[in-house]
Ligand binder design. Structure first.
Ligand SMILES: *Cc1c(COP(=O)(O)O)cnc(C)c1O
Length: 362
């Protein structure tokens, strides 16, 4: 028997979320972002669920090869571009589109021309200050790339630093400031891809001809201030594990490493088959919710590598073999992430290899 832990991916929810983002995107091209093993959900599984997307956007060229090998015939885009000149023939042969974000990439492209038909997008740095050319350079970059034999420039992309409505900062990289730095590009309706999930959901004033949706497709609100329900999304992953043992302890006894949890009353402590080596953060505090036999049970004691401990004193139905939801429909991943000072994105991506990914049609 494998260890009783699994991350179950809900295919129906993935499809629902895709339809939801399609509705927000209107007639714009919808790129489904499947980087980081589809945010932990499994690359090929996500590619199946997102069959109605216009294309898949990702980071690794080997992921692009994998989805092509699995039969994905629609568009593919590499968000960070290629990493080496040896990638170029693969891109050209498999019709993989690439972002171009720096001068070195242009020189490599020139040196290895001609191509059959290599589709490129120019990444513009509009204030995030990670990748991209300055808006001032965009015209020259466009001309330079267009002059390379076999290269087809598809347009411009940029990325927003703060498209969540709860970002109230007046810093240099608000959506409106990034838009104004982009100038002319921001108002074109062809060949422009600006919005991530948050901008697609909350910034209808941002136009363009394509959007890149990631987190929302997995059913998680990009802004933790809003629940999945409030933005019309369905969580697509449930992490669950079974109870391995139950300890009855008198008041004054401690549980686990560092004895962080000390029982104030006679307590029933359930030992659950999930630990930080599965991707459940060790930094989770006592009191964080889990869900078992129809009730919430708080984390009680420091999360260990292979086990965590919860207080089921008030849940008599909890027994060895009961399934504990660690995150999912009842335990929102964003809420849990907030308790340990991170975001839902990080928890989803950190699901460990040793956790089996299952799927259902919910
Ligand atoms: C990850 C990523 C996205 C998707 O962002 P979400 O917030 O998950 O929607 C879009 N564009 C780029 C360039 C990215 O790296």
């Amino acid at each position: 028997m494998p260890r009783p832990i699994a991350a179950t991916v809900h295919m129906g929810s993935l499809r629902h979320n895709l339809a939801r983002m399609r509705a927000c995107a209107g007639d714009r091209t919808l790129w489904a972002v499947v980087k980081a093993n589809a945010y932990g959900h499994g690359l090929l599984r996500a590619a199946r669920a997102f069959a109605d997307a216009d294309g898949l956007a990702m980071i690794d060229i080997c992921d692009a090869q994998a989805v092509r090998a699995a039969g994905w015939t629609k568009r593919i885009l590499l968000l960070e571009g290629f990493f080496d000149e040896t990638d170029l023939p693969i891109l050209d042969d498999l019709e993989i589109e690439t972002n171009i974000h720096n001068r070195e990439m242009i020189e490599i492209l020139k040196a290895h021309a001609p191509y059959k038909n290599l589709k490129v997008h120019i990444k513009v740095n509009s204030g995030m200050n990670r990748l991209g050319f300055l808006p001032l350079e965009e015209h020259f970059v466009f001309q330079e790339l267009s002059a390379i034999e076999g290269v087809q420039v598809m347009g411009f992309v940029t990325h927003f630093a703060n498209a969540e409505p709860s970002y109230l900062g007046e810093g240099p990289a608000t959506v409106s400031k990034q838009i104004s730095r982009l100038g002319r590009i921001a108002h074109e309706t062809a060949g422009v891809c600006l919005s991530n999930s948050a901008a697609t959901l909350w910034h209808p004033e941002v136009v363009g001809s394509a959007v890149r949706a990631g987190i929302a497709l997995y059913g998680v609100s990009p802004d933790p201030k809003f629940s999945s329900d409030e933005v019309g999304l369905k969580p697509a992953m449930t992490l669950s594990a079974k109870i391995l043992a139950i300890q009855e302890i008198p008041a004054g006894e401690a549980v686990g490493y560092g004895s962080r949890f000390v029982a104030k009353r006679t307590s029933r402590i359930a030992i659950v088959a999930c630990g930080y080596a599965d991707g459940y953060p060790r930094s989770m505090p006592d009191g964080a919710p889990t869900y078992v036999e129809g009730h919430y049970a708080p984390i009680a004691g420091t999360v260990a590598m292979d086990m965590l401990t919860i207080d089921v004193t008030d849940i008599p139905a909890a027994k060895v073999g009961s399934v504990v939801e660690l995150w999912g429909k009842h335990v929102p991943i964003n809420y849990l992430a907030g308790l340990c000072h991170t975001i839902g994105y990080e928890l989803m991506c950190a699901i460990a290899l040793r956790v089996p990914l299952l799927e259902d049609e919910n």
